[in-house]
Design a protein around this ligand. Sequence first.
Ligand code: FAD
Ligand code: PHB
Length: 390
Amino acid sequence: MRTQVAIIGAGPAGLTLAQLLHLEGIESVILENRSREYVEARVRAGVLEQGVVDLFTEAGVGERMAREGLVHDGIELQFAGERHRIDMAALTGGKAITVYGQTEVVKDLIEARLATGRPLLFEVDDVRAEELESERPRVLFTHEGAQHVLDCDMIAGCDGFHGVCRPTIPASVLRTFSREYPFGWLGILAAVAPSNDELVYAHHERGFALLSLRSPEISRLYVQCRPDEDIAEWPDARIWEELQIRLGLPGWTLAEGHVLEKGITPMRSFVTEPMRHGRLFLAGDAAHIVPPTGAKGLNLAIHDVRLLAEALTEWYGAGSERLLDSYSTDCLRRVWRAEHFSWWMTTMLHRPEGDDPFEVRLQESQLRYVTSSRAAATTLAENYVGLDTV
Ligand code: FAD
Ligand code: PHB
């Protein structure tokens, strides 16, 4: 087998890259180790920046998102028993975010890929990227019991945090930066209309909670827990009780409904530098992780592949390596801005380990500042909707 760009991973990064390359007439093969059903059902992100919405629209995969996505102009921060609105549109010259589930993004992208007739292989095994430093890299894999070799010009490592691409880069050329947080998020998807029109990020003495949504009929809710907690310790009744306490306000109750899905995600920050080794380019979670508090992970993945598609287009078209050479540096500027924002939101909103009273006072002070100073609120708003220039 031979192609121009071998793409490992059919998450948002790999699928979007394939679509952008297709529009430029560049061939690719996508290799995914899970099944289509699994990939389409994996509940994760829900918040898209305006720039990402625009990119999906221009790439021809935005039709259902335009119909079903919910545009939000603001978010609410709750602390000390009160809610405060951050009017993102007013603070950023009219920018907004769109609530549209990652499951839906992935379904739309898979449908678009299948319509092109270009290869997308699910349930591949033993994927190995080789000869990265030569001009003839290749990917070895097994599919339906047979072994294959895929020769290519370039390899895109879009295989997420636990993928195989990053570990193939020699440790001596990689530098990694990381922070593990002493908490996780327990997330549920529930069949009940959201109890608030906008997202609510709540600081509470029992821990952080987030009210989000997927549609007018489906709520998405999270509570802070320990990262190693067993989901079996959280029967639905306990989750609702905790959400009622942490999100509760006098005169307002959270409507409860059937829990459709639940899971625990540990929270971490992680960055790999550089994001390229020879002919292997890392994109999305394969190269960096942010804690979900800033809603940046999926958005970063899409920004990476936009730059990678531009760089490959210039290389195939004009033969210039300029954008390929600056790919890692160009991505990392935005990545580090998102790393800082996500770390800042996380440390401002989560109950610290040991309930450290000094840290709690700092959090309360910062929350009061962000909700009373236009300058501080603008900092939050412009990062949340996505910065164009960093
Ligand atoms: P992935 O989605 O992880 O895709 C990688 C793909 O590669 C997967 O399909 C995987 O099966 C495949 N793969 C792995 N190993 C191999 C292999 N060896 N061979 C072949 N294929 C392989 N981000 C936001 O922007 N906004 C949010 O609101 C938000 N909320 C989140 C909430 C939660 C609870 C979680 C967990 C994450 C959230 N994120 C959010 C982060 C976001 O989901 C990720 O950043 C995003 O999925 C990254 O996309 P990706 O394509 O880089 O990686
Ligand atoms: C979500 O709806 O899943 C969501 C929303 C905001 C976040 C993280 C996740 O910060």
